[in-house]
Write a protein that binds this ligand. Structure first.
Ligand SMILES: *Cc1c(COP(=O)(O)O)cnc(C)c1O
Length: 227
């Protein structure tokens, strides 16, 4: 796993340098869904600093046994409002906020435990029926509504583009997320920052970096194929 992780870090660095970005501006989220707590321990020994999980219950079970590692976890999968209470206890960043009702519940639960919950707003750049995320046209009103919640902090945007094996086919969706970010950023909405762009996975993270990704979510290239 050390070799795989080192190779990914090198590819992240090379992609950043190719497009004139500082490699330190890009953070690797090691996606550990379906992986065991032992595999996560191995990844930490190999140098992984941050993990992404998709399912709250699965993450809760694993994280309980990994407290001694003190590694942060992000939620990258869809969040149901009835899991918000657990989510605010587990995750440093929730990448997948895509409705006011979910934000309202997250805010309520974060407030209860005196936490300021960092979040990203997920945008459905491919306008796919099957995907979570909001339409770009609804982004500004949602972010304005969320910005009044004093226990949530919007840090940027996330997208999962339509699947395609060719990263060039996916590039326009990454670009769309960056342009959406730039547009929201110019609005200077109080207490909203637009520094983070969560995009890019095993098959396309270099393209995502070229388009401005700050958080790349990589599972398969680190842990191998999921079964
Ligand atoms: C599973 C998953 C990833 C990682 O995908 P790989 O192709 O294994 O790198 C990234 N983001 C999300 C939202 C995922 O569900």
């Amino acid at each position: 796993m050390k070799d795989k992780l080192d190779s990914i870090q090198k590819r992240i660095e090379a992609a950043a340098l190719r497009c004139g970005r500082d490699p330190r501006a890009i953070t690797l989220v090691a996606v550990s869904k379906t992986r065991s707590a032992d595999e996560i321990r191995e990844a930490v020994r190999a140098g992984a600093l941050l993990f992404g999980e998709n399912y709250v219950k699965e993450a809760e079970d694993k994280i309980k046994g990994l407290q001694d590692l003190h590694v942060p976890f992000h939620l990258i999968g869809h969040l149901q409002s009835n899991k918000a209470k657990i989510a605010v206890r587990l995750f440093d960043l929730v990448h997948s906020v895509d409705s006011l009702s979910l934000a309202t519940e997250l805010h309520k639960q974060a407030k209860k435990i005196g936490k300021i919950q960092n979040i990203l707003v997920q945008v459905n750049t491919g306008m796919e029926e099957s995907k979570s995320g909001i339409d770009e046209k609804d982004l500004e009103p949602l972010i304005r509504d969320i910005s009044v919640f004093d226990h949530l902090r919007v840090m940027g945007l996330m997208t999962i583009p339509p699947y395609d094996a060719d990263p060039e086919t996916v590039r326009p969706f990454f670009k769309a997320l960056r342009l959406a970010r730039d547009r929201i950023d110019t609005l200077r909405i109080p207490s909203v920052s637009m520094n983070e762009l969560s995009m890019g996975m095993t098959g396309d993270f270099e393209t995502a970096i070229e388009e401005g990704a700050t958080l790349v979510r990589i599972g398969t290239a680190i842990f191998g194929e999921r079964t």
